[in-house]
Write a protein that binds this ligand. Structure first.
Ligand SMILES: [Fe+2]
Length: 287
């Protein structure tokens, strides 16, 4: 089964969002949507999400799922906005509870912040499956970048979030709280065990040196042969050494503090104060 996949690239955060459609009907899922956020002004904007919504309306699709591959640290999720406009259930990995526990502490959230994943409509674990119209989606738990990372396998398409990037760029960082390069290596083996012709859709692209165009679609076979971090049967020792060294040189993503506070709440802002105003926290020396 070959679902139709439409990609939307967000230049501001290098994120790729996807609409995956049942080729035999009108059911679809939205994966990893973006709510635009200007850090300097603290202002949100729905232009990116509105583009996805317009596409879904123009093509007469029906949203059944609004899926997150993980709690993103580089962009805010537009899942609740898309759900409000088009419906669908918001799903994420059940290990979100670990992420909520970690960042509930970092942001000193009170007891009103539930750490049980109840902000989401569905919590998936390894081996779970779900339906998008007539299509079945299967869930792989692929932690390492974060504890809650999932890969959604829908027909011949795998949405890998931030595990693998394009073969010439490699893999995702593993230095956020709860991340582990060893765990990521093992998760990637699960993805590479899918049939070689499986289409892989990545969660970000940064144009590897020497490449002029953004790209987001590759295959399991290409990843095995060409991935600069993990291809050609690289050993776990080689990979973790390279990954950990590289991670120690990377700056924190520009939007990590607002993103985590919003995304750990399934894309909702923190509750407003008594005047209805919403504030995000900026913890000092915590990350
Ligand atoms: Fe990420």
């Amino acid at each position: 089964m070959t679902p139709q996949v439409k990609a939307f690239f967000d230049d501001a955060t290098n994120t790729v969002s996807y609409v995956v459609r049942d080729p035999k009907g009108s059911a679809c899922a939205v994966i990893d949507s973006v709510l635009d956020f200007d850090h300097a002004s603290g202002r949100t904007d729905t232009s990116s999400a509105d583009e996805i919504i317009a596409y879904i309306r123009d093509t007469g699709l029906k949203v059944e799922w609004v899926l997150e591959s993980h709690v993103h640290a580089d962009h805010l999720s537009a899942a609740p906005y898309i759900q409000e406009k088009l419906g669908g259930k918001i799903g994420i990995g059940d290990q979100i509870t670990v992420v909520q526990d970690t960042f509930g502490k970092v942001f000193n959230e009170g007891t009103e912040f539930q750490r049980d994943g109840s902000q989401f409509d569905a919590l998936f674990k390894e081996g779970d499956s779900f339906q998008i119209g007539q299509m079945r989606g299967d869930v792989l738990h692929t932690p390492g970048h974060t504890p809650a990372c999932l890969t959604y396998v829908i027909g011949d398409a795998a949405f890998v979030g931030d595990t693998l990037f394009m073969p010439d760029f490699g893999t995702a960082r593993c230095d956020f709280p709860g991340g582990s390069s060893e765990t990521l290596f093992n998760s990637i083996q699960k993805i590479l065990a899918l049939p070689d012709e499986t289409r892989i859709f990545v969660g970000h692209d940064y144009k590897a040196p020497g490449r002029d165009e953004y790209a987001w679609e590759t295959t399991v076979g290409e990843q095995k042969a060409l991935n600069v971090h993990i291809g050609k049967g690289r050993s776990i020792e080689e990979f973790t050494r390279m990954r950990d060294e590289r991670d120690s040189t990377l700056p924190m993503p520009r939007l990590i503090l607002p993103s985590l506070q919003v995304n750990m709440r399934a894309g909702q802002m923190p509750p407003p104060d008594e005047k209805g105003d919403v504030f995000l926290k900026l913890p000092v020396n915590k990350l």
